[in-house]
Write a new protein. Structure first.
Length: 208
């Protein structure tokens, strides 16, 4: 088990309930979030909603550390609708965290990671990715609290918009973002990707 010490930026929350779903579109979708918009509301949940007999479940949000990698990767691997590639290997995530301080977080319950989010920006637009909450801890406001934490950090860094890319087959993801305050944007474009060569000798020849 990875050490889960809570740093000074940790925030303690009480669990809240998420709204139910609506109809889905049939194509990949982009959901921009606005850091200046009101933060998603997280209300205290009842003991029944939390499935507990006494006190409501409490959780903490703190910065994601590279020492958390194995635990968060396991969470991502168990999250339906999430695509993992070579960019999600440990060294790539370490570079991502270094480049985007204060924008990547985890949620913990009794020291164990149950939620995560990654976010980065290029100075004008942010992209939020890998928002995941363990199945047994969903519908308690953890995902919304992670979003609110990211949007607050983006606002402090002067970023006004944040995109989320959701595959059209990810029904749960589409449902969640519609109820999280994200606005659906449909673009008539396709994404092209070029791999950065490992060395000048291996650079591809691009046709004009």
């Amino acid at each position: 088990m990875v050490g889960m010490g809570v740093g000074p930026d940790a925030v303690t929350h009480r669990a809240g309930k998420r709204a139910k779903g609506t109809s889905l579109r049939s194509r990949p979708e982009v959901f921009p979030l606005h850091p200046d918009a009101p933060a998603p509301k997280v209300r205290p949940a009842s003991r029944t909603e939390c499935g507990l007999a006494s006190e409501p479940m409490s959780y903490k949000i703190r910065p994601l550390l590279i020492s958390d990698y194995e635990e968060v990767y396991r969470l991502w691997s168990q999250s339906e609708g999430m695509t993992l590639e070579d960019d999600d290997e440990r060294d790539r995530i370490a570079l991502y965290l270094k480049r985007n301080p204060g924008l990547c977080h985890v949620a913990t319950v009794q020291g164990r990671i149950v939620g995560s989010v990654l976010c980065g920006h290029d100075g004008r637009r942010a992209v939020l990715r890998h928002l995941a909450v363990e199945k047994g801890h969903r519908k308690h406001g953890i995902g919304r609290a992670l979003i609110a934490k990211v949007l607050a950090a983006l606002r402090e860094q002067g970023i006004r918009k944040c995109n989320i890319y959701v595959m059209d087959y990810n029904a749960a993801g589409l449902e969640f973002w519609r109820h999280a305050g994200a606005r659906l944007v449909v673009y008539d474009w396709r994404t092209f990707q070029i791999s950065v060569p490992a060395s000048p000798a291996s650079a591809p020849t691009l046709q004009a």
